[in-house]
Design a binder for this molecule. Structure first.
Ligand code: DQA
Length: 146
């Protein structure tokens, strides 16, 4: 099974960026941990980060016929992007939404996710572990239900 891991805007700055909210792990460290998990779970992963909405939309389109599942932290686009939601709905690839922080305990504008209605489930609030839980979740979903 092959999974696309998508990181949205500002996540390239993880480790430096508001560590009291997002933790001290860098994106490279998170991706490395996911690689190790994927090997153990006999899955392949491709990780991609972009600060550009259209690049994320293109990556979702290109996932067709390459990946069976998506793990996405859309960052701030979570709260703004109809385009990313529509792309996920269009390709119909089972997706898990992840957030490092608990978006529901933060500012009100973070409480709404445009992508939540088109994903299998959401993991929010476990720091870098959110990605690992999301990856495990999507692999379990794909191997047990499909
Ligand atoms: C985030 C939460 C978003 O509200 C924020 O804009 C981010 C990161 C998270 O992982 O906690 O960039 O998605």
């Amino acid at each position: 099974v092959s999974i696309l891991v998508l990181h949205g805007p500002n996540l390239n700055l993880l480790g430096l960026r508001e560590p009291e909210i997002y933790g001290s792990l860098t994106l490279v460290q998170i991706n490395k941990a996911l690689e190790i998990d994927a090997q153990r779970l006999q899955a392949n992963i491709t990780c991609l980060q972009s600060n550009h909405e259209g690049v994320l939309v293109d990556a979702i389109h290109d996932a067709r016929e390459k990946h069976q599942g998506i793990v996405i932290n859309a960052g701030a686009y979570t709260h703004t992007s109809v385009a990313i939601r529509d792309a996920l709905a269009a390709v119909r690839i089972p997706t898990v939404e992840v957030h490092l922080s608990n978006i529901y305990t933060r500012e009100e504008f973070r409480h709404h996710s445009y992508i939540a209605p088109v994903v299998i489930g959401q993991i929010s609030g476990f720091g870098g572990e959110s990605y690992r839980l999301g990856l495990q979740g999507i692999i379990t979903y794909l191997t047990n239900l499909h």
